[in-house]
Design a protein around this ligand. Structure first.
Ligand SMILES: [Zn+2]
Ligand SMILES: [Zn+2]
Ligand SMILES: [Zn+2]
Length: 155
């Protein structure tokens, strides 16, 4: 009778007060975490990390994976930027380094564009990603003309 109760206590991992010294020993040995955690070196665990450190380690690993993914993204971005810079310069040069927006053309206005001025996509990139680097889809513009075209500023 007594022994079946103890076995039940053992199976659910309970440290209930033992009635027989021998059974207590068995429980202790079976359930005792056997080595210090790899992170805090303090809490005992049967796994690599203790319950406190496990979520921390998991979060760190996730952060590392995210960082890696982002660094790969940055590398791809750099390749894209290099191509984009080339096309931008080409388009600006084709436009004689003056604004080629419809308003300027209409008014016969000559507004110089610089390296930092934008290049407008006639067909938007989100709808025509294949025309992103296509010179015939690009218009060299001053920042202000570009903003006006997109309705970002009045004037
Ligand atoms: Zn730990
Ligand atoms: Zn313009
Ligand atoms: Zn634009």
């Amino acid at each position: 009778m007594a022994s079946s109760t103890q076995r039940q206590a053992y199976s659910i991992g309970s440290y209930g007060v033992p009635t027989t010294p021998g059974v207590w020993c068995l429980i202790k040995m079976a359930d005792k975490p056997n080595k210090p955690c790899n992170r805090c070196h303090k809490n005992l665990t049967r796994e690599k990390y203790c319950e406190t450190c496990k979520p921390i380690i998991e979060a760190q690993e996730q952060a590392k994976a995210k960082q890696y993914a982002e660094s790969r993204g940055t590398t791809a971005q750099r390749g894209y930027d290099a191509k984009w810079q080339k096309v931008r310069i080409q388009v600006k040069a084709n436009g004689m380094w003056v604004c080629q927006c419809d308003r300027c053309k209409e008014l016969g206005r000559v507004k110089a564009v610089t390296m930092s001025d934008p290049v407008h996509h006639i067909k938007p990139v989100d709808q025509y990603p294949e025309l992103r680097l296509e010179p015939s889809n690009l218009v060299s513009m001053t920042r202000r003309c570009h903003e006006i075209l997109h309705g970002r500023k009045n004037g």
